[in-house]
Write a protein that binds this ligand. Structure first.
Ligand SMILES: [Zn+2]
Length: 418
């Protein structure tokens, strides 16, 4: 039996006046999603805690059964996703170009679009002009396309530092600072302070170089510092051989981090076509279309994205015994000003071992009448249960206590000569 998790990024939403006070999912025409809801078990999922908005990367780790302590920082996941040979002691940040105006009060961000396209020669010139060491730290900037880079910092480095990117235009570049709330002790605080100072100098130097080169953007903004963390692999944690099918490098990074295979797809349609031939226990099929549509802040766009996904579901072929789960990782409201919101998301389970509830439609409100109330951390245990792979709680089969029935062939038998 395989579990296929169709993850519609940012699926949950709020009601909007343009849609007659319905959510986009309520307003969309979605015969296939409704058919699956009617034939399966539905409910609502709280990815982390009610009211707390999550980013995609954190939400995914929680849904895969990891804790917030297992989160290494998005910069590290992005470095993995870009295929960088990451090192254990180093800190990784995402760095992106911006256009700023130097003022007495600081660097005022005019926008993120360079005035013209970056050429490979220009990027090369920039990279080779940057200092490689500053204040005892070594810096290395990797270009990853568009206006984006990954910055690697090595030395007595801390990842407990704040963003210089304010996540808004029309405001000033922020000074990088140690984040005291994240530092566990005095030593970490000191490292974070030293790292912040060196990074601030690096960003100012980068600005000078970009200006000198006549670059079409003149500031490098940093965010999401992260570093390696040792966590059990997805297979060790759940006993399932997993694969992630997604379109962006971030998912390659997430898959690499938890030790799942990764298949880069060009579209959800391609992922759906690949499904029947995939020999895995857990298949995570992801689409960003719902989230992207919601970020346009036009609810009609999200309705359209949902309807397109629904029509693709008409072509989805499930193998005998497959368990299909459809949900989102968080809510992305297409109304209001929030980037993501802390609302719940609807979820459905469809497959042979699933109790069928009374719910006939797949949306936030209908599914709240369904059978399930899940937190993110419950998702994998519920999947194991439906796959008939959940171990009786507390049984000690071997040296490790697992939530899944282990492979008996891998356990040590008692021999006659023992
Ligand atoms: Zn989003």
């Amino acid at each position: 039996m395989r579990a296929i998790l169709l993850l519609l990024d940012g699926l949950g939403d709020k009601p909007s006046p343009e849609l007659g006070n319905l959510t986009p999912l309520q307003a969309a025409r979605k015969p296939h999603l409704n058919r699956l809801a009617a034939g399966g078990c539905t409910g609502i999922l709280v990815p982390y805690r009610q009211g707390v908005p999550l980013g995609t990367e954190v939400a995914h780790l929680l849904l895969w059964g990891y804790s917030l302590e297992d989160f290494p920082g998005r910069g590290y996941i992005e470095a993995l996703g870009e295929g960088l040979p990451v090192e254990e002691g180093a800190v990784y940040l995402r760095a992106s170009l911006a256009v700023v105006r130097k003022e007495e009060r600081g660097f005022y961000i005019l926008g993120r679009r360079p005035s013209r396209k970056l050429t490979p020669q220009l990027v090369e010139e920039f990279l080779s002009s940057l200092p490689q060491t500053l204040q005892g730290y070594s810096f290395r900037l990797h270009y990853t396309g568009g206006i984006d880079f990954i910055l690697e910092i090595k030395g007595e480095v801390s990842d407990k530092i704040s963003e210089s990117d304010p996540f808004a235009d029309g405001v000033y570049v922020l000074k990088v600072k140690p984040v005291e709330d994240l530092c566990s002790d005095q030593e970490e605080e000191e490292k974070a302070l030293a790292t912040s100072r060196a990074l601030n100098e690096y960003l100012l130097k980068a600005h000078g170089i970009l200006e000198n080169l006549g670059f079409p953007a003149n500031f490098l903004l940093s965010k999401w510092a992260g570093r390696a963390r040792s966590i059990p692999s997805f297979k060790e944690k759940w006993g399932l051989r997993g694969v992630v099918l997604a379109q962006t490098p971030l998912f390659r990074g997430l898959a690499r981090y938890v030790g799942m295979d990764f298949i880069r797809i060009s579209s959800l349609a391609e992922g759906i076509r690949l499904l029947p031939q995939l020999e895995y226990d857990f298949i995570h099929l992801h689409t960003k279309a719902t989230d992207d549509a919601a970020h346009t802040k036009n609810p009609e766009n999200k309705v359209k994205a949902i309807e397109e996904i629904d029509s693709l579901l008409g072509e989805m072929v499930l193998n005998q015994g497959d368990l299909l789960i459809i949900t989102g990782d968080h809510s992305t409201p297409s109304v209001g000003t929030l980037i993501h919101s802390g609302d719940t998301v609807p979820i459905l389970f469809f497959g042979p071992n699933v109790r069928v509830d009374e719910v006939k439609e797949f949306d936030e409100i209908s599914c709240s009448q369904g059978h399930l109330r899940l937190e993110g951390k419950d998702l994998l245990p519920v999947i194991l249960n439906h796959l008939d792979r959940a171990l009786l709680y507390g049984l000690r089969l071997g040296e490790r206590i697992t939530p899944y029935i282990p492979c008996y062939g891998e356990l040590e038998p008692l021999l006659p000569e023992d």
